[in-house]
Design a protein around this ligand. Sequence first.
Ligand SMILES: NC(=O)c1ccc[n+]([C@@H]2O[C@H](COP(=O)([O-])OP(=O)(O)OC[C@H]3O[C@@H](n4cnc5c(N)ncnc54)[C@H](OP(=O)(O)O)[C@@H]3O)[C@@H](O)[C@H]2O)c1
Length: 260
Amino acid sequence: MSAHTTSPHSPGTALVTGATAGIGLAFARRLAGRGHDLVLVARDADRLASVADDLRAEHGVEVEVLVADLVEPDQLATVEARLADPDRPVELLVNNAGFGLKKRFLDNPADAEQAMLTVLVTAVLRLCHAALGPMTQRGSGGVINVSSVAAFLPRGTYGAAKAWVNSFSEWAAHEYRGRGVRVMALCPGFTKTEFHERMQVTRGEGLMWLDVDFLVEKALADFDRGRVYSIPGAQYKAIVGLTRLVPNRALQLAQSLGRK
Ligand SMILES: NC(=O)c1ccc[n+]([C@@H]2O[C@H](COP(=O)([O-])OP(=O)(O)OC[C@H]3O[C@@H](n4cnc5c(N)ncnc54)[C@H](OP(=O)(O)O)[C@@H]3O)[C@@H](O)[C@H]2O)c1
């Protein structure tokens, strides 16, 4: 872990969970490019160290690493403590870490379902709780919660967890806006990362598959505009628009899309 000093010209420190791959890594790169000092969180210590070295060398920003498995309460608590540290304020929290399960609900052990819910919901709740207190006291800060287009569709427990992220983020955005804090839910569609490989499902190509740098560029532009939701890609804006028109029963038909 490196010593941390924020220069008066820095946009502040950003903490990104799941920063070693995919969307989180793209956020870390883009935020470092904007001059944010970083706190990077993930489980793989070697990969974290390598990403941190690259970002320091490329962008000249301060980078701390926190090795933490967000499933484990004591490790999650170290990330909460970092966010709540009054001497080292975090200006932007990106709750991004996550994974999906290949099998359907009853084919997974309940413990695997519980672990997914812990990372997708409990960690988001606890890290937002730790960050929003100091942010509202300072009257500045922001949170980007990485949700999913799946939140708008009947997609099993993954979609249900992401629906919680949307509902919570929308509420928090309105609750804390008047206190100088922005909260946004980012809802990616299929995005080319390690997510599907880790889930052991085939990653596709073509129109429905978003480039991760495109996704993060659009997300940060939406965040800068003060949007409550960011849904990058015209195809996914259209799908989410349709979900508001199509009866829920018909939406159930879409539930097996993207699964092989
Ligand atoms: N890719 C898509 O199509 C897609 C679509 C919609 C939403 N999303 C959402 O986007 C977010 C990022 O996914 P991604 O596509 O970028 O996946 P990814 O490429 O697999 O990256 C996942 C990141 O999360 C970290 N992580 C996983 N489990 C963790 C745990 N228990 N504790 C701490 N860190 C953990 C991983 O690092 P370590 O393995 O080192 O811990 C990695 O840095 C997730 O919330 C996902 O649900 C993805």
